[in-house]
Design a protein around this ligand. Structure first.
Ligand code: PEP
Length: 239
């Protein structure tokens, strides 16, 4: 069974979260991580079986960082995974490799597994530079880490042009890019890294994506906010 990570972003208000939990929270979620907005951590902890993840983390620890949430604080809510470097944060918050390195370090020190997002934009894909772009995104961070740290990271390959668009690469392309990522990390750091695919995963394409043996799971945005669709995805993944 592949790992499913739901990134609910800022889609749901409190009533909608409660409704989502009521419909989904009692099923077997042993391979399903939900990353809700911070105010909903307690609701998921108290009322659901999902593994708790975070959509982000502060690049500094406990202290004077107004508006941030530190890795230690996440840990105190039993967060086990945290997304780092989502393309929306790279783009809107201008997070670069240096910031992402510090975020990953903070997570590892609190024993939280980072889900490190990488991916190319449409122009980069069209100019055939996908592998150069994602290779650089990986190495700029991994070159500063120990092997024992890299082993705890999960990579989420998310082509930016596939996020929220309903368009996905064909299976062979996902397979090829995933194998490139795995080979790069294996050759350079001697680590067998887990790779998730993200970008418009939904109930219609989940069974087809399930045929890609190289991927270890999915990072799911929009479809993770709709209880019925998410349940269908979970069911299909457990076949
Ligand atoms: C995402 O934002 O990480 C994502 C994969 O979104 P969506 O599933 O909506 O494309």
């Amino acid at each position: 069974m592949k790992l499913i990570v739901g990134n609910q972003k800022t889609y749901l208000d409190r009533d909608k979260v409660l409704n989502f939990i009521e419909k989904t929270g009692k099923v077997d979620c042993s391979n399903v991580v939900i990353c809700p907005s911070y105010p909903y951590f307690e609701l998921f902890n108290n009322k659901s079986n999902f593994i708790l993840g975070s959509q982000d983390v502060s690049e500094t620890g406990l202290g004077a960082s107004t508006g941030e949430v530190s890795a230690e604080q996440l840990k105190s809510f039993h967060v086990q995974y945290a997304i780092v470097g989502h393309s929306e944060r790279r783009s809107y918050q201008h997070e670069d490799s240096n910031v992402l390195y510090h975020k990953i370090k903070c997570l590892l020190e609190s024993d939280i597994r980072p889900i490190f997002c990488i991916g190319e934009c449409l122009e980069e894909r069209e100019s055939d530079s996908t592998k150069d772009v994602i290779g650089k995104q990986i190495l700029e961070v991994f070159d500063r880490l120990e092997k024992s740290e890299i082993e705890k990271i999960i990579i989420a390959y998310e082509p930016i042009w596939a996020i929220g668009t309903g368009i996905t690469p064909v299976n062979d392309e996902i397979m090829d890019t995933t194998n490139y990522i795995k080979d790069l990390v294996n050759d350079k750091f001697d680590v067998s890294i887990l790779v998730l695919y993200g970008g418009s995963v939904n109930k219609e394409n989940i069974s087809q994506l399930g045929e890609i043996s190289a991927i270890d799971g999915y990072l799911i945005g929009g479809a993770s906010t709709k209880a019925d669709e998410f349940l269908e995805i979970m069911r299909e993944n457990s076949k």
